[in-house]
Design a protein. Structure first.
Ligand code: ZN
Length: 431
């Protein structure tokens, strides 16, 4: 008997023979109840969540999650970034088909962002175990460390180290506001695994992620589920517009060097150009390095510009058009200049694996669905660099996330779980 056969036998021996080899199905009651149960760690009185990466509540929910995975026959590996890989053996040995997301939340987060994906993965494992269903390839549930970036900057840190986008040294040395490092917290909670955090040490056959949409498209369309075909490219800039402060009462309107006047035109222009190029432009932070006073013309304006597009070339064009427009506005505003334009961060557009996406598309067939290019980053952006990856979105109320009022219905959660299970099974039998 080969190793894989013996371990497979072990997995199923506590399952009644009558239940073995039946088709696995998501238990709608159980997936919802377990999701809510897992929110006891980090719950806030307003119904939301505050479970920052690697804090005490995060450690508790991770420990519980591992125990639940072990109960359905998983072998658990924790890597050097604290990423959790719970693997249920398949008929064959080799890299698992993974279902991953995150359990950490924003400080004023909700109960579904990330949590849904991890709990749906657990439900898929439970459903397979209960049915005695043997997949060809091993299946894995993954908890990626510090996806939110709310405690340790940047976001998607655990998956970035696994994918080789960031070094282990970088990942472990990130510190929170109190100066506590990722490595110190991993040690304190005994989540500092001995296995290297890398796609070479822990290869994956594929990665599927179920997530709430975090946007209003599905809610507006009244559709429960979406096939996610990729993730938009984005770029962040810090831009400084310099003018000259002067007295509000003594400086005539036509002789002012007012950076705020130029900034207002820039803000409108960025929005118009985004619409023209089919992208997005947002100015989410505005301030000034100068001391402000009611009766003074302000000295400078400093703001952050976020631009996005699903096509890298189109994003290049949008950026070029915005640069040209801002330069023109500054040149046409008396005494005002663009003092600096600094690139802060960015990411290229991601196109998910066509076959994995097709598996999701086919799994969505029973439901009214949308096709969406994600506007937000996810761990799947990192996994897509190392293995075939696809995502599923479910509807969330009013498109709200990162807020205690974040909400998805029990029905939509069950649909999301069923699509995840079906997509994974389709992929498993085809590769
Ligand atoms: Zn998330």
């Amino acid at each position: 008997m080969s190793l894989s056969q013996s371990s497979t036998t072990t997995v199923h021996e506590d399952v009644p023979v009558s239940l073995r080899l039946s088709r696995p199905a998501i238990n709608a009651q159980r997936i919802n109840d377990t999701l809510q149960l897992s929110c006891q760690w980090g719950a806030t009185p307003d119904g939301g969540m505050n479970r920052l990466a690697l804090n005490d509540d995060d450690a508790l929910v991770r420990r519980w999650y591992i125990e639940e995975c072990v109960k359905v026959g998983c072998d658990v590996t924790v890597d050097a970034m604290g990423n959790i890989f719970a693997v249920r053996p398949g008929k064959q040995q080799g890299p698992p088909i993974a279902m991953g997301s995150h359990l950490d939340t924003q400080p004023t987060g909700g109960r579904y962002d990330g949590i849904l994906g991890c709990l749906a993965a657990l439900e898929v494992l439970r459903a397979c175990h209960e049915a005695g269903y043997e997949t060809k390839h091993p299946l894995a549930a993954i908890v990626w460390t510090n996806e939110e970036g709310a405690r340790f900057i940047p976001s998607m840190l655990g998956s970035a180290v696994w994918a080789g986008v960031r070094s282990l040294e970088f990942g472990q040395s990130r510190v929170d506001e109190a100066g506590v490092s990722v490595r110190e917290e991993l040690e304190r909670h005994r989540f500092l695994g001995v296995t290297a955090s890398s796609h070479e040490a822990i290869p994956l056959k594929a990665h599927f992620e179920l997530h709430i949409e975090q946007g209003p498209i599905l809610d507006a369309a009244a559709h429960p589920v979406a096939v996610v075909t990729g993730v938009q490219a984005f770029r962040w800039f810090e831009i400084k517009v310099q003018g000259r402060g002067s007295h509000a009462g003594t400086t005539p309107m036509h002789l002012r060097h007012n950076p705020l006047t130029a900034f207002c035109q820039m803000a409108l222009s960025a929005e118009q150009l985004a619409v023209q190029f089919g992208g997005l432009a947002t100015i989410g932070r505005v301030g000034s390095l100068a001391t402000q006073s009611t009766n003074c013309i302000i000295d400078d304006i400093v703001f952050h510009l976020d631009i996005r597009h699903h096509d890298d070339d189109k994003l290049d064009q949008l950026e070029a058009a915005i640069r040209e427009s801002f330069a023109k506005i500054a040149a046409e505003t008396l005494g005002v200049r663009l003092a600096s334009w600094e690139a802060l961060t960015g990411s290229q557009a991601v196109k998910f694996d066509p076959f994995a996406v097709d598996c999701v598309r086919n799994a969505c067939k029973p439901y009214p669905k949308e096709e969406i290019i994600s506007g937000a980053g996810h761990d799947s952006v990192n996994t897509s660099k190392r293995c075939p990856t696809a995502m599923i979105f479910i509807r969330c109320k009013d498109g709200v996330s990162h807020h205690p009022s974040e909400f998805s219905t029990r029905e939509d959660i069950a649909i999301g779980g069923s699509v995840l299970l079906d997509a994974v099974c389709r992929y498993d039998s085809a590769v």
